[in-house]
Design a protein around this ligand. Sequence first.
Ligand code: ARG
Length: 463
Amino acid sequence: MAIKKAWGGRFKKKTASSVESFTESISYDRRLYKYDIEGSIAHTKMLAKCNLITGKEKDVIIKGLREILSDIKADKFKFKTEQEDIHMNVESVLVKRIGNVAKKLHTARSRNDQIALDLRLWVRDQIKDVVGAITNLQLEMILKAKVFGKGVLPGFTHLQHAQPILIGHYFLAYVEMLERDRTRLGDCLKRVNKSPLGACALGGTTLNIKPEITSKLLDFDSPFDNSLDAVSDRDFCLEFAASLAIISMHLSRLSEEWIIWSSQEFDFLDIDDSYCTGSSIMPQKKNPDVLELIRAKCGRVYGNLFSLLTIMKALPLSYNRDMQEDKEAIFDSSDTVKDCLIILKKLIKKTTFKIDNIERSCQKGFPDATGIADYLVKKGIPFREAHEIVGKMVKKHSKSGKELSDISIKDFKQFSPLIDKDIYETLGVKNYIKQYRSHGSTSPKLVQKRISAWEKKLQKLIG
Ligand code: ARG
């Protein structure tokens, strides 16, 4: 027997099975079941408070919904493609179980406000999960910075040695990036946390409902202000997807660096065997595949953002079935980014910095040159002239294989008579690092302070 559709009344013919399988969303929106049922329970309570159903009817409906919830959790619920989506799967089974009273549940509600609600509730929870994963990753970075943070790392610009920095300073940079990601999600949450329930199909309803009741019951900050906007809006999904894309971009930058740093040419890092994979043909290989995949997954996270933007582009108000296509994209972005945050945290824990190799590498390329320029500035020479003088030193010595600290004081004086013996206090990467003092710089004192402050803050956040 053909399954009865909730919207079947005006149809003469049964839906083609190819149309059913083309239009269904239950295969993926079933993961919204918890939110769909929570929303229905809140809606039922509101209907009773507004005298649209009786207290007894409310109890029967809620009991039925709770039973469905526990059946789905226990994997005892049969989802049906013919029932299209999560809303109709739940409702049709409710009718079967508790009879006609179940048909009152959809009073003053449309699937248009229902799906907007489910998705907002889901995004809200996902934001909490992603924020948690970010905080854990930040803390792991701080813990690593505590172990290796005093080591000196070549700081790069244009992937060329630029100035020496502390490994601690490097980690702090990522902690800052992740902090922006964390707080960006917090900001996004403000706009997610508005209830669309009660907007109905698009124009509200002629029935006397109170959307502020469901809003409160579901822990939203407030209900929607415009019913047309409430069912048409997917900005909250876009914002979440964009925030995830930025996180993914940040992770891809670290991944790329660590892939480069674990190459034979750099040899700065040792990633534990358990976090690398091998080659099926070259027995000697140990590959940083986890990092490569984090780098690559950025592609699908960007792709999902562009899918969502494109789905919404030029879409006339209000609800259109196009919007069903938002789900797989946003689900995938959230799953992917969470996976990446979690695995990267574990990988960082299992990675050691090869301090000797890194410090040896720091000597290359006159990393302390800017220090001499600053030294000359302190002696009153305009920076541009100081730059020129040091440039000449580098030109002369780049062929000799000497480092700047090997230059004799006599030689230095030929470049500028203002140079004295105290120049050696700024030469060599370790000395140079000690000279840093400006706000937010790689100054060892400041870096230590920041590491301790972050550790405290993050431990508190994690609780
Ligand atoms: N499965 C639909 C979606 O995800 C639910 C809303 C359907 N509404 C409708 N009027 N066809 O968007």
